[in-house]
Design a protein. Structure first.
Length: 174
């Protein structure tokens, strides 16, 4: 949501029905095709096509009407994120960690409860300007992460309509 979240209220485009119609079902059904495409794709061609498709996806899909990522998953809070956010909140780093975070199985700090405690009922992020870098980069649809971490892209396509849209558009281009 993580991208340009603050700008979404200015967008006139809504999650159009054609894109969203049954997208979760279609995404689940197309997982094998996505995997095949991502594994065999011409990296240079994909990277060249991504910026335009990424922009198009964010114009068509309104994260403020979704927030599935913030509701169900946690970003990693790396040391610079913790420093920046705790300072912003006027909390000592230890207090911030104690209040909001826990260590996951991989030794990364993540939020200790879901939805993310910084997600408002209006789906805005209360620490948007200071949000973790994972949040700013998600859903990685303008990065080579899409190709480098195929299992992650496939998982993201199951709950993020932007990833679904980008994959479908990439596959149309062949
Ligand atoms: S899951 Fe995707 S579409 Fe939904 S809020 Fe997150 S980035 Fe936006
Ligand atoms: S900090 Fe929480 S609410 Fe803000 S963008 Fe990240 S996951 Fe979403």
């Amino acid at each position: 949501m993580w991208k340009k979240r603050g700008d979404f209220s200015k967008l006139t485009s809504k999650m159009s029905k054609d894109i969203l119609h049954n997208w979760e079902k279609k995404s689940a059904e197309n997982q094998k095709q996505y995997k095949q495409f991502l594994t065999k794709a011409d990296k240079n061609k994909v990277l060249k096509a991504l910026p335009e498709i990424h922009e198009k996806a964010f114009e068509k899909i309104d994260c403020l009407k979704c927030a599935a990522c913030c509701k169900n998953y946690s970003p990693r809070f790396k040391t610079p994120d913790i420093k920046r956010i705790s300072k912003h909140l006027g909390l000592k780093e230890g207090v911030f960690i104690e209040k909001y975070l826990k260590l996951d199985e991989e030794g990364d700090y993540v939020v200790h409860s879901k939805p993310c405690p910084f997600l408002g009922s209006d789906n805005y992020c209360s620490i948007y300007e200071e949000r973790p870098s994972d949040c700013a980069r998600f859903p990685y649809t303008d990065e080579d992460v899409m190709l480098k971490r195929v299992p992650l892209t496939l998982k993201n396509a199951t709950f993020c309509p932007i990833v679904y849209f980008v994959l479908e558009e990439l596959m149309k281009k062949g």
